[in-house]
Design a protein around this ligand. Structure first.
Ligand SMILES: [Zn+2]
Length: 185
């Protein structure tokens, strides 16, 4: 299902971990508007501004998948409000397919530029530049209802030694506070 010009629902359902563990990670119909909203307000404007394809390394996560990848409880990924993204490599693989790049200096520079542009131009709830070992990605979330916090930061994800590589890009985020946030101003 096409959500916006450059993003499909399938990109948000795809997960190496879900495939490996036979987890049904299809998005419930009730959550599709949340994902479309995130695409319309954040991912598509980012895609249009830089004119570069964006890889969604982790989009929607059903509860089982979220648990399997070690996501925080109550993760915004479970409500279709968050995406982990990284760029693609400029070169393709042997079959001519684009390859996501989460580790090269060029990719890291690009993600810094993406994060800065999002911060300066878009509404969001959380914008986190996350990394774990050699992998870097941006976690960005947006709520369709309720207050968006414009919270930006960096987060190092500590991985368990035994965690398998396919999970590398499907990590955590800062938990939402249990009580509603109050405006400080
Ligand atoms: Zn995330």
């Amino acid at each position: 299902m096409q959500l916006t010009k450059h993003f499909t629902l399938e990109e948000f359902e795809r997960s190496g971990t879900a495939a490996q563990l036979h987890i049904d990670n299809r998005v419930p119909a009730a959550l599709v508007p949340n994902i479309r909203h995130l695409c319309e307000e954040v991912l598509e404007p980012l895609r249009e501004h830089f004119g570069e394809p964006i890889y969604v390394s982790s989009g929607y996560r059903c509860a089982e998948l979220n648990k399997a990848v070690g996501g925080v409880r109550n993760s915004q990924h479970m409500r279709g409000e968050a995406a982990d993204i990284c760029p693609f490599s400029p070169s393709t693989d042997k079959a001519g397919r684009l390859v996501p790049d989460s580790h090269s200096p060029e990719a890291r520079k690009k993600m810094r530029e993406w994060a800065e542009w999002i911060m300066d131009n878009l509404h969001f709830d959380q914008l986190l530049r996350e990394h774990s070992g050699n992998s870097y990605w941006i976690h960005v979330s947006l709520k369709r209802e309720g207050e968006n916090r414009q919270m930006a930061g960096r987060l190092k994800i500590e991985l368990l030694e035994q965690r398998a590589p396919p999970s590398l890009l499907e990590m955590a985020e800062i938990p939402e506070p249990s009580s509603p946030t109050r405006s400080l101003s």
